[in-house]
Write a protein that binds this ligand. Structure first.
Ligand code: ZN
Ligand code: ZN
Length: 477
């Protein structure tokens, strides 16, 4: 019966014993309760824990485990999930229901189940940790150390790397350039179908602009680049429309405790940044909650419109777009990078709705757009919403996005060096986007402007040079 429910494992127990290393002795004589119907594994665990200074209690099923937990109030409970009489989820819940009598007990679920959903349910049931079998002694030792530490078991951020930041060349890379919704398929393969995400590396910092679905391939690339080294990065969120945050649950570095991820953004129109980002990960939508992501993730709501990320001074401006939406200007030592992925210029919107030529709304709108020109003035790089052409814009006034013609004129007035059309319409195929680039260049030519214009595309990497114009250093497609 026991074997049917929990197939193992004399061999698991023996291999655990074989793996025992000379690990540090716990001198505090704390009590640990092992609830597991696998006698061999339980015995091996008990022997090792006693050898490292723990007082050990053993239970072969959930009922017995609950009795011992209630009687001895151990510091730690190691609890299997699939057990007769009372399964591990029930044990967790029962211990937590008696919270008053077990205020300090840490519950570590030890299980062979690697299903994400079991992990989630275990945490919901009250588990503090989830350890996958086979148990590696050194992992268990570290975990016990951490959760019984004097800080009350709170996870601490990994120490900052003492390595000097690598002095790598400043650059940016586009990982997601599409607006509104991902658009995979043969018609979008050149410019790409992932929603907004741009990586900027400058002055020893890594800044990620937005967390659309493009952040997924970025996460995979960072994981292979950094290997065992910790990743430190800052994500700047412009706003919480879904296309700008929907990739975060799939950002692999957020699942590793060695990584430090700071997410910054402004409070939304209806609710705070953290609650918006976390609510897309709640159980009806996703199996892991934000709180359960093991990475060191700090979400901070910005109040000021000027702040810094390391040595990079950042300015923000709230833009004309439904809800609260910021644009960012990163003042790097290699020039300014301005990122305005979602914006509808005030004047074109008001002008369309104006009832007369002397409409004061139009005047107000012009003033607002002038402020925007100041905000992006002399930028080395401008990444800007250019979703439509003028004809398409006529039927999309008030949707919160701009047309190519207006974006180009704005960039010229602001003396921008290099501009990337961004937030491509999900309805535009590669050919249509290429036509928009040609249209944008013809507008610049009409104004005798030297503005360099391209459409942002996935995989395109742009070098930022301390002096002069930036130049492309490659790009997969
Ligand atoms: Zn958007
Ligand atoms: Zn938006």
């Amino acid at each position: 019966m026991l074997e049917m429910l929990q197939p193992t494992s004399l061999s698991t127990g023996l291999s655990f014993l074989r793996k025992l290393q000379k690990l540090p002795i716990n001198t505090g004589m704390k009590t640990v309760l092992i609830i597991d119907d696998d006698r061999a594994l339980r015995g091996a665990l008990a022997t090792w824990l006693r050898g490292t200074g723990w007082k050990v209690l053993e239970a072969e099923d959930g009922d017995m485990g609950l009795q011992l937990a209630s009687e001895y109030q151990p510091e730690v409970v190691l609890c299997d999930l699939l057990m007769p009489r009372c399964n591990g989820f029930q044990v967790c819940r029962a211990i937590r229901q008696q919270q008053n009598s077990h205020p300090h007990t840490k519950i570590v679920v030890t299980t062979g189940s690697s299903y994400a959903t079991d992990r989630v349910i275990a945490f919901e049931a009250g588990a503090d940790e989830y350890l996958l079998k086979p148990i590696v002694p050194s992992d268990l030792s570290r975990l016990l150390d951490r959760i019984t530490h004097v800080n009350g078991g709170k996870e601490t951020a990994p120490p900052k790397s003492k390595e000097k930041p690598r002095q790598e060349a400043a650059r940016l890379k586009f990982w997601g350039v599409r607006g509104s919704i991902p658009t995979p398929g043969k018609d979008t393969v050149f410019y790409g179908g992932n929603t907004p995400c741009v990586e900027v590396r400058a002055d020893g910092e890594m800044i990620v602009l937005d967390a659309g679905t493009g952040i997924r391939p970025l996460g995979l690339a960072l994981t292979s680049e950094f290997g065992d080294k910790p990743i430190h990065l800052t994500i700047l969120i412009t706003h919480t429309h879904w296309d700008h945050i929907q990739g975060f649950p799939f950002f692999v570095p957020a699942y590793n405790a060695k990584n430090q991820i700071t997410m910054l953004g402004y409070e939304g129109a209806r609710q705070g940044l953290e609650s918006t980002v976390s609510s897309q990960m709640e159980s009806p939508y996703f199996p892991i909650t934000l709180r359960q992501m093991p990475g060191n993730i700090v979400i901070q709501e910005l109040k000021d419109m000027e702040f810094s990320v390391g040595k990079i001074g950042v300015q923000a401006q709230l833009l004309n777009h439904p809800g609260i939406c910021a644009g960012y200007r990163l003042n790097t030592s290699s020039g300014a990078v301005c990122y305005l992925p979602d914006i509808e210029l005030y004047q074109p919107q008001r002008q369309t709705n104006a009832t007369s030529a002397s409409d004061t709304g139009v005047e107000f709108a012009s003033e607002q757009d002038l402020k925007l020109i100041d905000f992006i003035r002399d930028a080395e790089i401008l990444i800007i919403d250019s979703q439509y052409d003028a004809q398409e814009y006529k039927t999309h006034v008030g949707w919160g996005h701009s047309c190519v013609e207006d974006s180009v004129k704005l960039a010229i007035k602001a003396n921008v060096k290099r501009m990337f059309l961004f937030h491509h319409d999900p309805g535009h195929n590669d050919e249509q986007i290429s036509r928009l680039v040609a249209l944008a260049r013809s507008v610049a030519a009409r104004f005798n402007s030297t503005l360099s214009i391209e459409a942002a595309r996935e995989g395109l990497e742009v070098a930022l040079k301390p002096k002069g114009a930036a130049e492309a250093v490659g790009g997969a497609r």
